[in-house]
Design a protein around this ligand. Structure first.
Ligand SMILES: [Zn+2]
Length: 212
C-alpha cells in the first residue's frame, strides 16, 4: 500500500519527466512546436539507427529510427521528430508547458518542505525520548542523594558528584542552545551516563547493606 505522500512523490516524478520532455521539444522546435508541419512521409533509418552514436535525432534530442520530417512555412525551416514525438509535438503549447512547470516547481518545493518537517519531527521525538530518560535518572539520583542527606550520612562519592558538586555540571534540563538535534542527543547521552554510573555505584553500596 502506498501512502498519500508516496503517490504524490510518484506523480511529481512523472510530471517532472513529462515537463522535461516537453521543454526539450519546445527548445528543439522553438519558439512554438505548433508552427511545424509534417509532410506525411516517414523514413526508416534502420534497426541500428536508434543506438548508433551518429544516428538521426528527434528535435527533442532522443535518438530515433523512424524519421518524420517537419517544415515551417513562415521561414522554410526544416526539422524532424521520431515516432514518439510525432504523436504530440503539435499539441505542445509553450505557455501551458511553462505554467505546468511552475506548478511542478511549487509541488517539488512543497515536497521538500514536508520532508524537512518529517525529518525534524523524527529528530524531535528522539531528543524527547533521551530527555525523558535523563529526567527520570536525574530525579532518581536526586531522591537517592536526599535519602543520605536527610540522615546525615555521606552519600557514595559519584552520587555526590552528580547531585551536589559542580564537577560534572549535571543538569536536569539541557540549557544549551544547539542548532542540531544531534547535539542535544549527545548532551543527554553523556549526562545520562554520568547519572547511570552514580546510580550503579549507589546500588553497590546498598547491596552491601550500607546506607540503608
Ligand atoms: Zn522526441
Amino acid at each position: 500500500m502506498s501512502t498519500r505522500y508516496e503517490v504524490l512523490e510518484r506523480q511529481t516524478e512523472r510530471a517532472a519527466v513529462k515537463a522535461h520532455h516537453s521543454q526539450a521539444l519546445i527548445n528543439g522546435l522553438a519558439p512554438d512546436p505548433r508552427e511545424w508541419e509534417w509532410d506525411g512521409t516517414v523514413t526508416d533509418a534502420g534497426p541500428g539507427a536508434a543506438t548508433a552514436p551518429d544516428g538521426p535525432r528527434c528535435a527533442c534530442g532522443h535518438p530515433i529510427r523512424f524519421v518524420f520530417p517537419l517544415t515551417r512555412s513562415r521561414d522554410g525551416a526544416t526539422s524532424r521528430v521520431g515516432s514518439t514525438c510525432i504523436t504530440h509535438y503539435a499539441d505542445i503549447d509553450p505557455a501551458t508547458t511553462q505554467a505546468k512547470q511552475n506548478k511542478l516547481a511549487a509541488l517539488q518545493e512543497e515536497m521538500k518542505k514536508r520532508e524537512k518537517q518529517a525529518r525534524q519531527a523524527t529528530e524531535q521525538a528522539e531528543v524527547n525520548a533521551y530527555r525523558a530518560e535523563h529526567e527520570r535518572l536525574y530525579d532518581l539520583a536526586e531522591e537517592r542523594y536526599s535519602w543520605y542527606a536527610k540522615r546525615g550520612i555521606h552519600a557514595p562519592r559519584k552520587l555526590w558528584e552528580v547531585a551536589r558538586s559542580n564537577y560534572y555540571h549535571v543538569a536536569r534540563v539541557c540549557c544549551k542552545k544547539y542548532v542540531r538535534a544531534k547535539s542535544y542527543v549527545k548532551w543527554y547521552k553523556v549526562q545520562s551516563e554520568l547519572l547511570r554510573e552514580a546510580l550503579r555505584e549507589d546500588e553497590k553500596v546498598r547491596s552491601r547493606g550500607m546506607g540503608y
